[in-house]
Structures are given as structure tokens and as C-alpha cells.
Design a protein. Structure first.
Length: 283
């Protein structure tokens, strides 16, 4: 099915839904999905709509111009338009941990996602054999405090050359630069090994163990310049007891991390996320 997906937000006012759905129907479009939400605190209207294009009268390359002229200016709408026949290109960044990478590549190989993975980038050689097993080019950029800026410049050149649409950090243990975040706003997805906001530091499971927690969690979010404080996409928890060791917590946490990250990636691929300020609306 050849479809278009429209995601938008604007100040809330009467007539928006009527006008936009009428735009689709008078041009022979068949709406197959429509969901909306109003943030009454901010007075912002959010909507996601999908319609069939087979009999739609406006050519794909003209829809954005028509919508902008007829409705975006009228209602002060910010919008994004996507087409189902386009496969977004995803780059994976990884360091030494394999659990998230394996889960992503397994789903990709199984055909669960309408996406292409042209490359994997790492600051270590450890996952090279995994990439080779899945026949995906693997690029190593060793990073130190002295060469970080230069290496990230090379990474950005590689991403641009491969026309990458978004990035997934599969336990990539490096802080992303301001420049890369600027180039990919709300297009860098990270997995955090805690239920944010939660225990900080390099050993969150050890800290949670010391506190005798009864749940542990994982959080996937878009990367912003403020560390681990970007718009949250997906979160989940698993229960633990006093019988669980630190290693039990680590193992349960890894299972949770890969599921939460993959769910976030899937929602991004399916164009179900609208980011506004530092929050997300998930349709």
C-alpha cells in the first residue's frame, strides 16, 4: 500500500481537523489512520494522519507545497510529510557491548523494519565480527580526547556520503558532539541503562543493588546537548527482589535495554513520534 504520513503540531483552534481531512477527501485520498491530541496546558494541537496515494490527485512532490500554502500558514502549523515507499537509512553506533546490536540486527534481518542499515560505526574493533556476520560495513574511529573533534568530522562526512537519515546509539560509550546533534535534531536515539531520572554514574545497577530497589528500568530518548535529558521515547521496568545478585540485575537490565531501544527505533521508523520542546507525543 502506497501511503503518505503527515505529522503536525500547531496552536489549538477550531476547524483544523475539518479542513485537513477535507483536503484529503476532495483530492480522492482515503484516510486509513488519524489520531490527535491536545495539550491543554500549552494549548498545542498534535495530529498524525495517513492516507492512501493510489488515487490521490496531487503528485507526491507537490503535496508539501499545497499543504504549506493552504493550511500551514493559515493555522501556523509545523509539519513533516513522509511516504511509505521510502526506506529511511539508519546508522548504528556501538562500542563493546553486543546485546542491543544483536537485537537490532536480528529484527532488521527478519524484515521487521522498513529501514536500511548502510553502516555501523564504532570506537572499538570488538563488534567487527558481528557486522561481518550480518554483511554490514563496519567503520572504526578510535577516539581520544585529543582527536575527538577530527574523528567526529570524519564520521559526519561518512554519514553524509551514505545519506543517513537517523542514528541509533546501541550502547555507544561516547558523548555525542554538539555539531552532530545539530545535524541530526531528534534523529539520534540513545538507550540509557536506567529508568530516567534515576541512579547516575557508570554503575547504576550496583547503586540500585545497594539501595535495595524493587524495580530496575531502561529509557530510550532522543539525544540533546544536555546529557541524558532529551525527549523520552520509550521506557520499561522489570521487578527484582532481595534474591537477585548484581549480575542478575545486569542480565535483566540488558534484556530490558535491547527491548526498549528496539521499540523506540520501531516507533521512529513508523513515523509515530512527534517531539515538542523536550517531550514526545507517541501515536
Amino acid at each position: 500500500m502506497n501511503t503518505a504520513k503527515l505529522l503536525l503540531h500547531c496552536p489549538d483552534r477550531a476547524g483544523i481537523v475539518t479542513d485537513i481531512t477535507n483536503f484529503i477527501s476532495v483530492n480522492n485520498g482515503n484516510i486509513i489512520y488519524l489520531d490527535q491530541h491536545v495539550d491543554h496546558v500549552e494549548n498545542i494541537f498534535f495530529m498524525r494522519m495517513e492516507w492512501e496515494l493510489d488515487k490521490f490527485l496531487i503528485p507526491n512532490n507537490k503535496i508539501e507545497d499545497y499543504f504549506n500554502t493552504l493550511y500551514a500558514k493559515k493555522y501556523d502549523i509545523s509539519f513533516r510529510l513522509y511516504f511509505s515507499d521510502y526506506q529511511p537509512k539508519m546508522a548504528i553506533f556501538v562500542s563493546k557491548m553486543s546485546h542491543c546490536l544483536y537485537d537490532i540486527l536480528a529484527r532488521y534481518t527478519a524484515g521487521e523494519w522498513n529501514v536500511k542499515i548502510p553502516l555501523i560505526i564504532s570506537n572499538h574493533p570488538d563488534m567487527q565480527e558481528v557486522a561481518k556476520r550480518f554483511d554490514i560495513p563496519y567503520h572504526i574511529f578510535e577516539i581520544t580526547k585529543d582527536n575527538k573533534e577530527e574523528q567526529e568530522k570524519r564520521e559526519l562526512e561518512l554519514l553524509a556520503k551514505n545519506k543517513i537519515d537517523f542514528i541509533v546509539l546501541a550502547r555507544y560509550m561516547q558523548i555525542i558532539s554538539e555539531e552532530m546533534i545539530r545535524r541530526y535534531p531528534n534523529k539520534i536515539i540513545n538507550i540509557h541503562h536506567s529508568f530516567l531520572p534515576a541512579f547516575v554514574g557508570a554503575k547504576p545497577y550496583h547503586a540500585a543493588f545497594e539501595r535495595g530497589v524493587k524495580i530496575i528500568g531502561a529509557t530510550s530518548h532522543y539525544v540533546t546537548s544536555e546529557l541524558d535529558a532529551g525527549p523520552i521515547i520509550e521506557q520499561d521496568i522489570v521487578r527484582v527482589t532481595h534474591k537477585d545478585t548484581v549480575q542478575d540485575l545486569v542480565n535483566k537490565g540488558k534484556d530490558l535495554e535491547k527491548i526498549v531501544l528496539s521499540h523506540a527505533v520501531q516507533k521512529h521508523i513508523e513515523r509515530k513520534i512527534l517531539a515538542y520542546k523536550n517531550k514526545t507525543v507517541i501515536f
